[in-house]
Write a protein that binds this ligand. Structure first.
Ligand code: NAD
Ligand code: TYD
Length: 348
């Protein structure tokens, strides 16, 4: 039996990973460690909160003593590490918070695992969930491969790159059994509405202006969050220790085309006149250091472990929009208070 610690399980991707792991690894205990920052929300997990194999622990990974205690007391054998500060715009405003959580928090977890596991590394795993943004920015062609040189350009991606380097350092130096995956942009249910897709859905619902950075020609490769969770589960079960796996949707969109598609889909749902929401598109000042294009080559994961995305983009977007319409309370709860202050400052 495994005791699996999932960090950041109250966040967007983490909550889908917690749910999938409970369904998939029925014999195992799932311990969700989360500091419940603005991005962590236990409402994401109400359906499984009383599951007999599930425990939630309120803990900050910046606190080494606390993290060590959690690993020891729960006899943790496997760690799936998602806890992070995850928004590029916030990293531009407050880079030190990203160093604290993403770099120091990750090293704390590595160190605590190393100390608690000692020489008994049989059936142990430290699985680090990372991003394609560590590879930098692509021109109009080409893809990120597992051996693409790191070239992070935002404080967020620099902090994630640093955490990846520490994970590999613990593998090479101490023999800690690690795996890293680097995934492209996720979207789907529970996505916090500071990121492009849920922000636009929320603003279209409320007929607020739709802020597109620069000329809207930056390209992202979008993957449905449940497909990412499934990839993590596959790699967790059958990935090779010490290896890196790229995860992506082969689904590139310029921001402006994507925002126009969202306008069309939400207008249809609201039975608005054709073209109504596109009029809300407003080009605003570009993000500093805005990466032009991300695109993942995920063929290693397909060839070695058989993972491919399950959904076409329009299907995934339709499911996502349906979820936001069916969970208006969730949206209202997360967009009141602190979010409103963030939004007003960010988009002033
Ligand atoms: P998120 O911001 O929605 O959630 C992050 C979670 O971590 C929250 O529950 C938060 O409370 C928790 N957390 C933050 N700081 C913490 C701390 N100091 N101690 C304990 N918990 C803390 O993020 P997400 O989008 O779900 O991303 C999860 C992971 O996946 C991150 O590591 C991110 O870098 C990576 N990732 C995200 C994407 C994406 O498109 N969102 C793509 C690839 C990789
Ligand atoms: P985001 O969802 O923040 O993800 P990331 O920066 O990690 O890729 O942004 C996705 C793209 O959308 C990115 O090119 C920035 C752009 N964007 C906007 O044009 N307007 C917005 O209000 C936001 C939040 C993002």
């Amino acid at each position: 039996m495994k005791n699996i610690l999932i960090t950041g399980g109250a966040g967007f991707i983490g909550s889908h990973v917690v749910r999938l792991f409970l369904e998939t690894f029925k014999e195992d205990k799932i311990i969700n460690l989360d500091a419940l920052t603005y991005a962590g929300n236990l409402e994401n997990l109400t359906d499984i909160e009383n599951h007999p194999n599930y425990t939630f622990i309120h803990q900050d990974i910046i606190d080494l003593v606390g993290v060590r205690g959690v690993i020891k007391e729960n006899n943790i054998t496997h760690i799936v590490h998602l806890a992070a500060e995850s928004h590029v715009d916030r990293s531009i405003k407050d880079p030190l918070a990203f160093v604290q959580t993403n770099v120091i928090g990750t090293v704390n977890l590595l160190q605590a695992a190393k100390e608690c596991w000692g020489d008994d590394l049989n059936d142990k795993l430290f699985y680090h969930v990372s991003t394609d943004e560590v590879y930098g920015s692509l021109g109009e062609t080409g893809f990120f491969y597992e051996d693409t040189a790191y070239d992070p350009r935002s404080p967020y991606s620099a902090s994630k790159a640093s955490s990846d380097h520490f994970v590999r350092a613990y593998f090479h130096t101490y023999g800690l059994p690690v795996i890293i995956s680097n995934c492209s942009n996720n979207y789907g249910p529970n996505h916090f509405p500071e990121k492009l897709i849920p922000l636009m859905i929320n603003n279209i619902i409320h007929q607020k202006s739709l802020p597109v950075y620069g000329a809207g020609l930056n390209v992202r490769d979008w993957l449905f969050v449940k497909d990412h969770a499934q990839a993590i589960s596959t790699i967790f079960s059958r990935g090779k220790i010490g290896d890196t796996y790229n995860i992506g949707g082969h689904n590139e969109w310029t921001n402006i085309d994507l925002v126009k598609l969202l306008c069309k889909l939400v207008d249809e749902k609201l039975q608005n006149p054709v073209g109504q929401s596109e009029k809300l598109i407003t080009y605003v000042q570009d993000r500093a250091g805005h990466d032009l294009r991300y695109a993942i080559d995920a063929s290693k994961l397909k060839d070695e472990l058989g993972w491919v995305p399950s959904l076409q983009f329009e299907e995934g977007l339709a499911k996502t929009i349906d979820w936001f319409f069916s969970n208006k309370n969730w949206l209202e709860n997360v967009t009141s208070g602190e979010y409103q202050k963030y939004y007003d400052k960010m988009y002033a």
